[in-house]
Design a protein around this ligand. Structure first.
Ligand code: FAD
Ligand code: EPU
Length: 349
């Protein structure tokens, strides 16, 4: 008998509590874990899977499960990292969808590659990184995406999409716009060997000074980012959460100028377009008095106003109800609509 891992496994009535970082109770009618992605078309055609709803989950760190999931939850378990090409100034790396993102960042640094250091400690999988174009500390992953490999359910074909085809934006991509169309099996990253470090953002420089680093290399930036993140954000293994629950709203400059007359301390950041600005949702939520709020087991982190938390037994529906109250109060006080960042499963915003 062979000891090899099975190419896929199918479990009926599976708990999703460990598969979402809010740690809400929910179950899936079926859980399909796929190791050999070349078999994806075959498993999708299985009678138990075909013509049923399908949801892909990575680590569940950007979803809110509002109830049990019908149909099949697919988890990619392909976790290999391969070097596809070495050049004088860059290396092309392919990571299977199931690779842990932070593990990939650390692997890249250990292999002398840079670029991903500001994205250290973001939870989740490599396959999910392009979905909302993960970003932190002045860097978004689209800068380094060479291609995304996916099964296109509409065309019933494998596709290899370059960065333009992915239509990346702030917390956005074609994959987020059409959440049921593409099943991402791997990503290819183009990582530079030498790279101008991005140090200017949100306390990295200060953290590096506190660490006693004078001539920083990429690994120092990663360590600084890790330190800041551990201070600022609750650890989902200790207190269930999905990171920022709301996106920072982007508004026309004229509207921002009017807001600043009323709220001169409101933090304002550049946006992709010259005539637009990004506002701090955390600041507005804190100004509405929500930071540290708790109703039963649903609450807002006392560490960061943008992070909704599950103190133990909150349901997805309770967390969603709280999110709606928060957004209504921000709309009332500031006239600014804020939208959830995580994907809501089984509910509409
Ligand atoms: P999941 O939550 O499992 O899925 C998210 C979405 O992607 C779902 O719609 C799912 O269907 C889809 N999906 C997942 N994998 C695939 C695939 N292979 N093919 C097709 N669709 C797929 N995000 C940031 O951008 N920046 C941050 O700084 C950041 N900090 C965070 C801090 C904390 C403490 C937490 C809990 C979350 C944070 N996040 C952050 C959000 C989250 O980590 C990222 O969005 C991450 O990429 C989600 O990965 P995941 O594997 O958990 O995806
Ligand atoms: N602030 C408050 N109260 C708080 C927290 C923050 O008023 O409780 C204000 C402060 O003025 C602070 C500012 O908000 O300076 C910005 O805070 P922070 O640097 O923590 O960034 P953020 O805008 O809240 C964004 C991302 C994070 C990412 C950080 C760092 C979004 C929605 N969130 O948060 O991403 O890690 O920047 O780059 O863009 C995520 O997407 O899940 C996530 C955690």
């Amino acid at each position: 008998m062979s000891n090899a891992m099975p190419a896929w496994t199918l479990t009926e009535n599976a708990s999703l509590k460990a598969l979402n970082t809010f740690h809400v109770e929910a179950s899936a009618a079926q859980l399909l874990e796929l190791d050999d992605v070349t078999l994806l078309p075959d498993v999708l055609a299985l009678p138990q899977v075909a013509d049923q709803p399908l949801l892909v989950l990575g680590s569940g760190s950007n979803v809110l499960l509002a109830g049990d999931v019908e149909g099949t939850v697919l988890v990619f378990a392909n976790r290999s990292i391969d070097i596809l090409e070495h050049r004088a100034d860059h290396t092309i790396v392919r990571a299977g969808a199931g690779v842990n993102w932070h593990g990939l960042v650390m692997w890249s640094l250990q292999n002398g590659l840079s670029g991903l250091e500001n994205l250290a400690l973001i939870p989740g999988t490599a396959g999910a990184a392009p979905i909302q174009n993960i970003g932190a500390y002045g860097v978004q992953v689209d800068e380094f995406i060479q291609a995304v490999e996916a099964w296109d359910r509409e065309a019933a074909a494998w596709v290899r999409m370059d960065a333009d085809a992915c239509r990346f934006g702030y917390r956005d991509s074609v994959f987020k716009q059409f959440p049921d169309r593409y099943l991402i099996s791997a990503i290819e990253l183009r990582l530079p060997l030498l790279h101008a470090l991005r140090l200017g953002y949100a306390g990295i420089d200060e953290e590096m000074q506190a660490m006693g680093v004078e001539l920083p290399v990429a690994a120092d930036v990663a360590n600084a980012v890790i330190n800041i993140r551990r201070r600022k954000l609750p650890d989902p293994d200790v207190l269930g959460n999905a990171g920022s629950f709301f996106k920072n709203p982007i508004l026309p400059l004229e509207q921002v100028e009017v807001l600043l007359q009323h709220f001169p301390n409101l933090p304002v950041y550049p946006a992709d377009q010259e005539d637009r600005r990004k506002l701090s949702a955390a600041w507005m939520i804190e100004a509405c008095g929500w930071k540290g709020y708790r109703d039963g087991d649903a609450g807002v982190s006392p560490q960061h106003a943008l992070v909704l938390v599950n103190h133990g037994a909150a349901t997805g529906a309770q967390l969603l109800a709280l999110a709606r109250q928060i957004s209504a109060s921000v709309l009332e006080k500031f006239g600014v609509p804020i939208e959830p960042e995580p994907r809501l499963i089984g509910a509409q915003w």
